[in-house]
Ligand binder design. Sequence first.
Ligand SMILES: Nc1nc2c([nH]c(=O)n2[C@@H]2O[C@H](COP(=O)(O)OP(=O)(O)OP(=O)(O)O)[C@@H](O)[C@H]2O)c(=O)[nH]1
Length: 134
Amino acid sequence: MTLVLVAAVALINEQREVLLAERPEGKSMAGLWEFPGGKVEPDESPEDCLVRECGEELGIRIDPADLRPLTFASHAYDDFHLLMPVFACRRWAGTPAGLEEQRIAFVAADDLASFPMPPADAPMLGAIRAEMAR
Ligand SMILES: Nc1nc2c([nH]c(=O)n2[C@@H]2O[C@H](COP(=O)(O)OP(=O)(O)OP(=O)(O)O)[C@@H](O)[C@H]2O)c(=O)[nH]1
């Protein structure tokens, strides 16, 4: 089984909401809401990957020093095994926007359950809610 390394980030605002992005039509798992991120390229660190992805997908600038390891997902999909470190980030420059046509939303901890997410994400939600409450 191929191991796929994906980095993701919980962007938490001052209202203790976390940013979710909807996977667009045409991608695998379209319509599910996920934490911003993507596949880590061979020449980059997870942190560099998130700086790049947050710029490309959301138009915000993040400083790798503001990324704190939070939790991870390890999940067997049919065709690959996902290993996904997830960082928390509370500081960025700019206002997030869905630059790749994806819908985005800042979601309160109590509302997370109403956003359908990929199966890999469910086991992380306790840690993410705890981080949001800090
Ligand atoms: N960014 C992100 N990806 C996630 C999450 N949960 C989860 O299972 N994934 C999976 O991790 C992979 C992310 O890679 P990607 O976003 O670069 O993949 P992609 O859509 O460009 O390609 P794909 O359509 O082949 O999956 C996808 O298979 C995605 O479904 C999550 O919370 N955030």
